[in-house]
Design a protein around this ligand. Structure first.
Ligand code: AMP
Length: 267
């Protein structure tokens, strides 16, 4: 397994592998890897990637000024061991300084699917996500890139960006990996106390037994969570749907203590 820190070297290696006829998969992450991330590497293997490039980069541009960029958990040694174990062939660990040169002034804005849900609560978040993912695409020239359904809106936004900007790659979305309790795995779960981790299971339980937005919101509040949003939307357009049913996605963002958790289910 190769590791790269310099974007130019990462790009050169991918270009060479591609010229050699190798099929490249990209798995973008912010590190502090867990089984959810590793399932994306597995999905890349199953789809026949010859090279699996995992990027580990906590992207400052997608965090708001009051968000957890500085405290976001990081563990490079463990991430490298997990990537090797899972079968990545290259890991890209750039620094913010190398990804965003002085006077960086070009950003990618998706202006439809990014509007609601997390986009409404985290201004500039998807602009940061689209920009870094577009850069990663240009650095690695993947045949396909794998994202998790855990970040449902993000996956839809990336799909749209790929279509609109003619990126020559497929977007693959892999299912949500959960703890035995149902809690969706997340690097941010490390912020939770035992007691919070317990209360947080109300989210996955509520989604699994979804009846109505009002009932789900009530169940979350009863569990002591502070609801950021509960919405039922069209799974493709992300437009609000009054009547939940087939083709809908129900999405939740809620604070458990200070930790913001997200989860969703497609009906
Ligand atoms: P992150 O490191 O949180 O930015 O996530 C990197 C990628 O892993 C994204 O495409 C996420 O959707 C995906 N991911 C994170 N958690 C999970 C999970 N529990 N199950 C499946 N995919 C996940």
């Amino acid at each position: 397994m190769r590791t790269f820190r310099d974007p130019a070297l990462m790009q050169r290696w991918c270009r060479e592998r591609k010229l050699a006829g190798r099929r490249i998969a990209l798995v973008p992450t912010m590190g502090f890897l867990h089984e959810g991330h590793l399932s994306l590497i597995e999905a890349a293997k199953r789809r026949g990637a010859d090279e699996i490039v995992v990027s580990v980069f906590v992207n400052p541009v997608q965090f708001g000024p009051k968000e957890d960029y500085a405290t976001y958990p990081r563990d490079e040694r463990s991430d490298l061991a997990k990537c090797r174990w899972a079968g990545a062939t290259a890991v890209f660990l750039p620094t913010p300084e190398n990804m965003y040169l002085p006077r960086h002034s070009t950003y990618v804005n998706e202006e439809d699917l990014s509007k609601g849900l997390c986009g409404a609560r985290r201004p500039g978040h998807f602009r940061g996500v689209c920009t870094v993912v577009a850069k990663l695409f240009n650095l690695t020239h993947p045949d396909f890139a794998v994202f998790g359904q855990k970040d449902y809106q993000q996956a839809q936004v990336i799909r749209r960006m790929v279509r609109d900007l003619n990126f020559d790659l497929d977007v693959v979305v892999a299912p949500i990996v959960r703890e035995d309790t149902g809690l969706a795995k997340s690097s941010r779960n490390t912020y939770l106390t035992e007691e919070e981790r317990d209360r947080a299971t109300a989210i996955s339980k509520g989604l699994a037994n979804f009846r109505s937005v009002a009932k789900l919101r009530r169940d979350l509040e009863r569990a002591g969570l502070k609801v950021d949003y509960v919405e039922c939307v069209d799974a493709g357009t992300l437009e609000p749907r009054k009547k939940p049913g087939k083709g809908c996605c129900v999405l939740v963002a809620a604070y458990c203590g200070k930790t913001r958790l997200i989860d969703n289910v497609v009906l």
